[in-house]
Write a protein that binds this ligand. Structure first.
Ligand code: URA
Length: 294
């Protein structure tokens, strides 16, 4: 049957993909997953898989599990990675930690992150997104992961949610040009903006914890549930965590007052929660005054 697809139908399908967060082509040809044979059963414990040759293991990566988006975090969509890519492993987390520990300042850490090939996300990302703002600022903001705009420009929080974040901090007289330092728990964009896997988070977190130590902020702000859970190493959701100050203990023995708050992408979808975010900002302002910073 010779079937012609109307241009409007194609346009509307493409719009639907973009709305779902599927805004990049990963491979040259589409895969018809309905036509593929069912996945193989996992090997039984009595048949161990052959050991990979090096610490950076080359294993075909499976599509990351699609997890529900926790309230207050960026939206997630899943796109499968293809081909042999390094998969995060406990050894890689150790490698990342050892590398990070050897860095004596933020510039060295940035160079180490850019040279690090142990996170599979780097393979599909256009850029490493390390940080923006002023190193040594009193306030360090840690978000989740670069999106399409951040990936393209190589800077965190430069898309619509970043613009909202800028306006929010402007309301308490703070800006990334003057007194904010901004990063993410992930340095590379997850394909299709899917939620980063725990393995991806673990390997990048080795650098992020050192990043916080070296940047020495007076106060840390965690934007969204994924960043808050990952940095605070908790399963508690952002609804319970937000607005409550906690003290983050770092590996060098220092501690930093830390405030989890909603992710700006969540606020764009849920305007009613802006009231709580405003109260978090006022609490931040108060804390800075108590610390004699403002
Ligand atoms: N969302 C984040 O968490 N980080 C960014 O850099 C952009 C959007």
């Amino acid at each position: 049957m010779n079937q012609t697809i109307a241009r409007e139908d194609i346009e509307s399908l493409l719009r639907w993909y973009v709305d779902q967060g599927i805004d990049e082509t990963i491979g040259e040809e589409a895969i018809d997953r309905f036509a593929l044979p069912p996945p193989q059963a996992a090997p039984q414990p009595s048949q161990p898989a052959p050991a990979a040759p090096s610490s950076i293991r080359s294993t075909p990566i499976r599509p990351a599990p699609i997890r529900p988006t926790p309230v207050g975090t960026a939206p997630a969509a899943a796109t499968p990675l293809r081909g042999p890519v390094p998969i995060e492993s406990p050894q890689l987390v150790e490698d990342a930690r050892a590398l990070a520990q050897r860095c004596n300042n933020v510039e060295e850490l940035e160079a180490a992150v850019r040279a690090f090939d142990g996170c599979a996300l780097k393979r599909t990302a256009k850029n490493t997104v390390f940080a923006d703002g002023v190193v040594g600022s009193p306030v360090m903001i840690v978000g989740e992961a670069p999106g399409a705009d951040e990936d393209r420009l190589g800077k965190p929080f430069v898309g619509v949610s970043g613009q909202l974040m800028d306006r929010m901090f402007d309301a308490i007289g703070m800006s990334r040009e003057r007194d904010l330092y901004i990063t993410n728990i992930l340095f590379w964009r997850p394909p299709g903006n899917r939620t980063p896997t725990l393995a991806e988070q673990a390997v990048c977190m080795a650098f992020t914890r050192r990043h916080i130590e070296l940047a020495q902020p007076k106060v840390l702000v965690l934007a969204g549930g994924t960043a808050a859970k990952s940095v605070l190493d908790t399963t508690e959701g952002i609804m319970r965590l937000r607005g409550k100050w906690t003290s983050l203990s770092l590996d060098d023995g220092s501690t930093v007052p830390t405030l989890p708050t909603f992710h700006p992408a969540y606020l764009l979808r849920t305007a009613a929660s802006k009231r709580q975010s405003w109260s978090d900002l006022l609490s931040l302002d108060k804390k800075l005054r108590e610390l004699g910073i403002r």
